[in-house]
Structure formats: C-alpha cells, structure tokens
Design a protein around this ligand. Sequence first.
Ligand code: NDP
Length: 672
Amino acid sequence: MKTLKLLNYAADQWVAGDGGLAPVHSAVTGEVIAETGSGGLDFAAMLDHARRVGGPALRRMTFHERAHVLKALANAVMARKEELYELSYATGATRGDGWIDIEGGAGTLFSFSSKGRRELPNGKVLIDGAMEPLSKGGTFAGQHVYTPLQGVAVYINAFNFPVWGMLEKLGPTLLAGMPAIVKPASATGYLTEACVRIMIEAGVLPPGTLQLIMGATGDLMDHLTCQDVVSFTGSAATAMKLQSHPVIAQESVRFVSERDSLNASILGPDAGPGTPEFDLFVKEVAREMTVKAGQKCTAIRRAMAPAGHLDAVQAALSERLAKVRIGDPREEGVQMGALASRGQLEDVRAKVAELAQSARIVSGDPDTSPVPGNGAFIAPILLRSDDPWGSDAVHDVEAFGPVSTLMPYRDLGDAIALANRGMGSLALSLFTFDSDTARDFVLGAGAYHGRMVILDRTSAKESTGHGSPLPVLVHGGPGRAGGGEEMGGMRGVKHYMQRTALQGSPEVLSKIIGQWLPGADKPAGDVHPFRKRISELEIGTTLKTASRTVTLADIEHFAHFTGDTFYAHMDDEAAKASPIFGGRVAHGYLILSFAAGLFVDPDPGPVLANTGLETLRFMTPLYPGDSMRVELTVKSKSIRDEEKGEVRWAVEVFNQKDEIVATYELITMNQP
Ligand code: NDP
C-alpha cells in the first residue's frame, strides 16, 4: 500500500499541511501507511468561513430539507462503503468491527434523517412544549422555541470509531442547522478523511458546512464564542485540558464531553449457573471484551456476579475467551483484530499492570503478542478482584482494550454500590429474570449511568446488546463519563440550538412559529378548507359550522347501535345521582361523530384520509336538547413528499352557550 498523503479540508478546499508531517502506522503490520498534519491552516479563517458561509446556507433550509441532505450523505457513504472497509482493516478492525463504524455511521444519518422528517416541522423554528397562557384576557402568552446556534460545531474525536464518531455528531448538527469542523484522532484519521471526501464528492452539502483538520488544532480554541459547540470524545486528561481553556469558561462555550467509562455488567442474584441469564451474561461479557478489540467507550470493564457464582462465571468466561481467534482482521474466521496502534498497545499493557497490582490475571497474557510481527495485537485479558472494595484501580483505571475485571458482590445493595463506584458510566447491563430486582437496581443506580440495559431470556435474542449506542437513545453519562449527552433522537438536535422563551400575543407567537395558537386570529376562508391542497391552506383559516341539536333519541340510537349503554347516557336515575353529570348526557364519541358530520366536506379531493386524533378533552357535558357547533382551524401543515403531507386541525366543539364541549387535534393526510 503506497503512503497516503492526508489532506485537510478548509474553506471548501483540500489542502496539505505544511511543515513536519506525522507518520501513521498500520495497526496490523506496523508499516507506515499515511502522513498527516495540519501545519499552516488558518483556524480563525476556517471558523469564520463556517460562520459566514456554512451557517447561513443551512439556516436558509428547513428541517426537512436538511434531513434530505443527511439521507443523501448516508446513501453516498453506503454506495462507496467498500473503499472505507478497505482502509478500516488497517485500523485493526475486522469486517464486523468495521460494520459498526461504517454502516453504523451511515445508519445513524439515515435515522436522524427519517426522525427529522417525521418529528420536526418542515420549518425553521423548533417548538418546545405548549403555549403558556400568561394573562386573563388571553392577549399575552409565552412559548418556548429553539433556533439554530450561529456558530460552528467543533468535533474532537477518538481513534476508535473514525466514521461513526463523526457521523453520530454530524446527524444532529446538520439537522439543527449548524456547520461542523471535524478533527479526528491522528492514529485512524485516514478513515475519517476518506469518509469526508465521499460526503464532499456527493455534492449535497452547501459550501462551508463541513471542514476537516488532520492534525493539531493550533489556536482554534482561542477563537470560539458562545455560539460554538465543542463535542469531545476521548480521554479524561484531554477533556480536562480542553474544558479548562479560558475561552470555554469566558464565552460559556457549550462543551459536550464523552470520556472514560468503567462500564459495569451485573449478573443478577437470581441468575445462577444453569439459568439462561447466566449463559447470556457470559456471552455478552466475552463479546464486549472482543468486539473492536475492546476499544469501545461502552465496553464492559467490570463484570460483577454474586460471590457464590464467581468461580462458575470465571470458568465459563475463560473457556470462551480462550477460543477467540485473533489475527489479521482480513482473514476469514478471525474474530478479533488488533488495537489501533502500538502506542495504544503499550498503554493497555501499562493499564493492565496497574490493575494487576490489586487484581489477578486469570485469563490471557498481556505481555506476549498472540500474533507474530509488529501489529498491535493482545489477547483478551480477564482479571479477578475478590475484594473490590479494597481496590480503587478496578473502578478507576480504564484499560482501553480487551480487558475486563471480574468481581463478586454480596447482595443487590452491594452490587448497586459497586456499579455506582465507577462514578458515572455510559452503559450498564443487568442480567436478571426478576423484574423486582430490575426495578430496585434502576432506582439505586440510575443516577450514575447514562444507559441501562436489562437483559433476560425474553429480550436477549432481539436485543441490541450492552455496548451499542443507538441514534434514538441518549449516549453519554454523568461524572467520569464526561457529563455529556449525544443523540437520543431529537434531544441530540437541541444541543446545537438555543432555547428562547418568547412572550407576546398569541397572534404574533403564532406567526413566528408557523403554527396556529389558541387566541390567535381565525380568519374565514373563501372555500371549504377540505377543498384546498396543503400548499394553498393558510395557517389559522377557520371553518365555523352550522349547529345541530342533540336529542335523547340520538343518544339512545347511538347507545343501541354501538352497544355503549353506559349509565350516564341511558340510566336516568343513576345519571341524576352522578356528581359529574346530574342527568343523562350525550356520549363523547357521539359528539365526535356529529362534529365530523358538521365539518366534513364529503367529495373526493385534497383530503385523502383522517389518520388520527390527539389531545382529546371533553370539557362540558352535552345534555339532550343542547346544540353543538364546531370551529375547525388549520393549526399546522407539513408536506412529506410529492404525493402527500399532513395537516393538523385544531377542533373546538361549542354548545349553544358558547362553552367549550370538547377540544382535540385532528390529523389528516392531504395532497401537497
Ligand atoms: P485523547 O484524549 O488523547 O485523544 C482524543 C482526541 O483529542 C484526538 O482526536 C486527539 O488528537 C485530540 N487531542 C489530544 N490532545 C489535544 C489537544 N491538546 N487539543 C486538541 N485536541 C487534542 O485520547 P486517545 O484517542 O489517544 O485515547 C486515549 C484514551 O482515552 C484511551 O486509551 C481511552 O482510555 C480513552 N478513550 C475513551 C473513549 C471513550 O469514548 N470513553 C474513546 C477513546 C478513548 P490526536 O489523536 O491528534 O492526538
């Protein structure tokens, strides 16, 4: 393989770093495969370019338009994934490891794209919660909204997931409407560089939205402002160095940090040898130790079992680990490749030596390479600590490789305390078939762990496992884990936006957010709103129907027709005795049906189907002889594709005294 000259991507140009380039070695053979460096880059100019060119371009787009960009990027990565796999082997990753990184990364973009189109409006403002009425007369109200930050998201990423590590941050960032500058770890940055190249060549990113630094970040931190976000993944030492940069404190720069984590997995007190949970636990600990050669921020570092079962766990785990085939990740049948670099190998050996001062190695030899040559190979190392409260190292020292420490616990309280002794983790797993144990564990340990997976015989087969962060769930953890939070579906998007509490009249607020709010104007339309396509419908347009009287005969007919003969509708005496009704009342569903009868325009047209109804509330009973009328208001609209979209209608049903009988939100599928 000829030596790759890695390039930076600054202000929409590929540029070589000048000055001394650093060699990058293959994890498998030790040979130099690339040269990398960022010398000569003007970091202030890169930030400026993103702020002046990239940010405004993204903010001109709607959430849905940005979501389409994510999908196009994911498709581009998938179309050229083999180029990435080819490079991925040199990081020591097997095809399976590479799949997590490459296809897992593309999958994360797909997920953010589809969630963005389903859950965000096809607009530019993200609404946070319901309007808060602030005045008696209804003319003054509050509404929380999110708008995109006007700076740059700077990613400083770890070596272990060169593709996924970038894409899991890029999905929410671009969806929010913010440009990004990526700085991958030097050891595996060549894979990130190739992925950035694929995305740029796809031609779907507006200029200035993505830049790449292939080396040191120079004075970049000096130029950050309150509109920027630093998202860091790596060691606690680097996190602290960056986080304590004076500009971060002075400018209140958002700093999302994901760093060391001594993740725990616990065999429940009920899960002795012979139970399915015991076998599942052994399998999962072994898997977590060997996938990506244990270089996962979520990997299991501490495996805990009831004291009486520890020997059985050790025997089963050791047997499994001894069978793991280690070698060149390209070779068929190899289950575990190399660490990312010789430097990482030395680091893991040093950390194992530290752990071995208060725990003993019961499986694997850290000092002998299981594969001849200069690759960064190490066998899985299982340690055992019989006195976990007497060893700080087993809870504090993260050996970032295929290394885990087995430890006993006395009872559930002790297991909870030991799990929490890690002082904050990204992921925890509990193997139990007892839901009381699971509930007690979550109550005792939830505050210390970002994600908790409870596995048993019913869920294990379909489970995504202990170590997989998912785009729809939050990834991050308190304390030692960095205190950051990423992804989590639309939660992750908000890290790149500012929440603002708006106050004003419902009419003004409604215009700002692009949604009708109670109290805003309700202009009448020129024709029935069901005759209009989404593009022709105006927010706030209201249809006011004629009224109809609801008779006792209607109620009785409905009761017998549907079988709903609840006392409040049919039993005079009981209804009179009811403190709520004081007499027979119309069924809520009868009111809904009559409401539809009042507002529906029947002929085929732009309204294709009624797809649902939300936030239904019955406010005032409707008595026989009362009349009802409906106001149907266009609340919001969103075009999905060329064939359809969604309209939400605010529906209010009034009685003859203009009291609100029922309110709800009706959802229809319409032609665009
Ligand atoms: P580092 O913290 O050294 O590096 C992480 C990133 O920070 C890299 O991109 C690195 O760049 C960059 N970096 C380092 N120093 C600076 C600086 N002064 N200014 C700007 N950027 C900087 O972690 P490593 O990747 O080397 O991993 C070391 C250890 O961190 C692992 O052994 C493991 O214990 C832990 N780790 C934890 C992870 C987690 O998610 N929990 C993930 C990965 C690692 P460069 O590579 O160019 O130095």
